[in-house]
Structures are given as structure tokens and as C-alpha cells.
Design a protein around this ligand. Structure first.
Ligand SMILES: Nc1ncnc2c1ncn2[C@@H]1O[C@H](COP(=O)(O)OP(=O)(O)O)[C@@H](O)[C@H]1O
Ligand SMILES: [Mg+2]
Length: 396
């Protein structure tokens, strides 16, 4: 089999040398260009199977060169392009996606990471030959996870439920971290700081499905993630945008509905404009609680708020987490304090939960058959079954 041809476009001769050496060692054939215009010409004449493109180059920068290459491509052809940039700037990443790049890698990077990304892209571009498969319509269900207070396990349940829906029930699942200031999915899922976030999705004026898919991280657990920004200050950008243009959140959510069977949102505790709009647009709101007095007090407040907003009872469901932990308040007591039943329960297994958090691998990926994994799977199945029942009722 002929070696895969990779075009390296970078004006720095040292980087050219290092990349050429690394690639040749891995068995790739290497072509070199020293500016953007040369890259465009070489791409046209020599038809490489992948391009590594520095963003800052003379004559034409990497973005412009990528655009020109895409513009010159015949229908049905698509050479994978990886941009080499020098800072993990999300705006820059969006610019790259818009120009038509498939991936971006931030300098300095480890050769093994580069090789892994190249392999992934080459493998993917091999798959896309043939007519595109028509996708079936999605369930388009929007489910929120709202903690009655911090630390009750909202994030743990949102992430692991999502994985169960994806793995076990083969649903397409998008997960949004709407905890704008202190979102911690990157920690729970062992991700670096460089990927895009909800800030990008909310600030793009003409967000479409294609761009949204690229802003979301395809995680090995099976989830598509829209992450929270890496700095608390960026939260202001989203809040500002949401206030000035509530449409931008609606647009984001409706794109998610069209892309995923389930869009799960892990929310922050505040009752602010953003969260109120989320409540309004949701199909179901799972209020996560523990059986302690301060939680029960908060749940009462939340339920009253939901009543005032005029939501039907069935839109708001109570999920008692750590249900068998000793707190002195049992489920019956909790139900009588709240004047309604607890809809779902997830058991307590502190070691499994904290071990998973600290290792960056959710228990639903590493130990789906453990007691906690089974308990969350049961919740995910109930959630999915309820939708099936509703759909059947609507069709009847
Ligand atoms: N079912 C459970 N059993 C035991 N520990 C849990 C359970 N769910 C969550 N935890 C632990 O509780 C802590 C808070 O969880 P987290 O999901 O971050 O809560 P929140 O998002 O509500 O702040 C974490 O240490 C987590 O491991
Ligand atoms: Mg959380």
C-alpha cells in the first residue's frame, strides 16, 4: 500500500524539520510548503491525503489558505486539515472551523498526540466515501438536572445518566454544562482546557448544526459535550448575550434537539434569567436532592417556584440521590414534608462516586455493573420508558 501523503505547511524551518522527521518515522510521505500560497498550490497539484497547516504564515495565513483549499475542492472530496496554532483561544478555534479545518492542535504538542490526531482523521476520512447515510429524526428531548443545593450529586447524575442512555439504550446524547462559572465536566471527564465552550455557541450569530457539532466535544464515553468556559469571567458573556438576545439560547437548544435524542443540561443553582428560560423550554426538570433538612427546604421553594411558573406537575420530577445514606430522614418522611412523591432514587456509594471523579472516568464507563452504575442505569431506563409511554399516548 502506498504511504499516506501529508503536506506540512509552516514557515518555520525548524518546525518543518521536526514534523517531517516525526511523520517519516511513522511511515508517512511528507510534502513541505513554507507559506499559505505554496500550501494551496501544493494541495492542488500533489493531492496530499492530509494537511498540517500553521495558522500564522506569510503571504497567506493558515485560515485563508484553508478557505482557498476548501473552495477549490470538487464535490465529494475533502482533505482533512489540522491547524497548528499557538494558543488555546476558543475564538480562534471557531475561526478555524469556519475556514473549513477539521481539527486544531496547539503548539507545543507532543509528537504522539499529533500522530494520534492524524490517524483519527485519516481513518474517518476513509469512512466517508459513499453516499451520506440519512439520519433518523431524533427524539429531541430536553432534560434539565437542577440541584436543590450544591454537592447533592447533580453533575454526577447528569453525566452518568447520559452515558447510560448512550451506551445502554443507544440514544444520541448531548450534554450541556450550564454551570457557567464553575462547570466541572472537564474534571469529571478528564478533558484539557483547549476545547470550545457554550460561550462560543451562544456568541455565534449564525450558529448552525454543522458548527454546533464541531463546538461539541465527542467524548469517548459516547457523549457529545458542550462544555462550560474555563474562566468564571466568561460566564458574563453568556449572561449578557442571553439578556440581549434570548433567541440565541433558544436557537442553541433547538439545534441540540434536532441533533440528539436527549439533550441533558447540568444547571447551576441560581434562579436567574438563563435558568428561567431553560426551565421554560425544557420537557422535564429533574430536581436532585439529598434527604436532609436544608435540601428539603430548598426543594419546597423550588416546587413553589415551578407552580408559580405554571408548570404541570409531571414536568418537575424529584430525584433523591444517595437515597440509602443514613440522614435520619427516610423517604416516607421526605415525601410527607414535600407533600408529593419522590419520583426516582439513586443509591449511595461514596467510594465509587468519588473514585470515578478523581480518576476522570465516570463509573458508568468503568463499572456500569457496580451497584451505583446499576442504580443510575435504572433511572436512565425509567426516563427513556416514560418518553416511550408519552409518545405512544400521543400517537394513540
Ligand atoms: N450516589 C452517590 N453516592 C455517593 N456519593 C455521591 C453520589 N453522587 C454524588 N456523590 C459525590 O458527591 C459529591 C458531589 O457531587 P457532584 O456531582 O459534584 O454534585 P453537584 O453537581 O450537585 O455539586 C462528589 O464527591 C460525588 O462523588
Ligand atoms: Mg455540579
Amino acid at each position: 500500500m502506498a504511504a499516506t501523503r501529508v503536506l506540512v505547511a509552516d514557515d518555520d524551518p525548524n518546525i518543518q524539520r521536526v514534523l517531517a522527521f516525526t511523520l517519516k518515522q511513522e511511515g508517512y510521505e511528507v510534502l513541505v510548503a513554507s507559506d499559505g500560497a505554496q500550501a494551496v498550490a501544493t494541495a492542488r497539484e500533489s493531492r496530499p491525503e492530509l494537511i498540517l497547516m500553521d495558522v500564522a504564515m506569510p503571504v497567506l495565513d493558515g485560515y485563508a489558505a484553508t478557505e482557498q483549499i476548501r473552495a477549490g475542492e470538487e464535490a465529494g472530496t475533502h482533505v482533512p486539515i489540522i491547524l497548528l496554532s499557538s494558543g488555546a483561544d476558543a475564538a480562534q478555534r471557531v475561526r478555524g472551523i469556519r475556514a473549513g479545518a477539521d481539527d486544531e492542535i496547539v503548539k507545543p504538542f507532543h509528537p504522539s498526540e499529533l500522530i494520534a490526531r492524524i490517524r483519527a482523521l485519516v481513518a474517518r476520512s476513509g469512512d466517508v466515501a459513499g453516499p451520506p447515510q440519512p439520519e433518523r429524526a431524533t427524539f429531541g428531548r430536553l432534560c434539565l438536572f437542577y440541584g436543590a443545593k450544591g454537592g447533592v450529586g447533580t453533575t454526577t447524575i447528569a453525566i452518568n445518566t447520559g452515558i447510560a442512555l448512550a451506551r445502554d439504550l443507544k440514544r444520541r446524547v448531548g450534554l450541556i454544562d450550564a454551570n457557567l462559572q464553575f462547570g466541572d465536566h472537564r474534571v469529571f471527564l478528564d478533558l484539557g482546557l483547549e476545547s470550545a465552550s457554550i460561550v462560543n455557541a451562544m456568541s455565534e450569530v449564525d450558529l448552525d448544526l454543522d458548527l454546533l457539532r464541531k463546538l461539541m466535544v465527542a467524548h469517548r464515553s459516547g457523549l457529545a459535550l458542550l462544555l462550560a468556559p474555563t474562566s468564571p469571567e466568561s460566564a458574563d458573556i453568556v449572561m449578557e448575550r442571553q439578556r440581549a438576545q434570548p433567541d440565541s439560547l433558544s436557537r442553541l437548544l433547538s439545534l441540540c434537539r434536532s441533533a440528539y435524542d436527549y439533550t441533558l443540561v447540568d444547571m447551576a443553582k441560581a434562579i436567574d434569567d438563563l435558568n428561567l428560560q431553560l426551565f421554560d423550554e425544557a420537557d422535564v426538570i429533574f430536581v436532585v436532592l439529598n434527604a436532609d433538612l436544608s435540601c428539603l427546604k430548598n426543594v419546597q421553594l423550588v416546587l413553589r417556584t415551578m407552580d408559580n411558573l405554571g408548570y404541570e406537575r409531571s414536568k418537575v420530577q424529584l430525584v433523591l440521590n444517595r437515597s440509602n445514606a443514613y440522614t435520619g430522614i427516610n423517604i416516607k418522611n421526605a415525601e410527607s414534608v414535600l407533600g408529593r412523591k419522590i419520583d426516582h432514587q439513586v443509591i449511595n456509594e461514596y467510594r465509587a462516586a468519588i473514585g470515578a471523579l478523581n480518576s476522570g472516568e465516570p463509573f458508568m464507563s468503568s463499572r456500569p455493573d457496580g451497584p451505583l452504575g446499576k442504580s443510575v442505569t435504572e433511572f436512565a431506563r425509567a426516563l427513556d420508558a416514560e418518553l416511550a409511554a408519552e409518545t405512544a399516548a400521543a400517537g394513540a
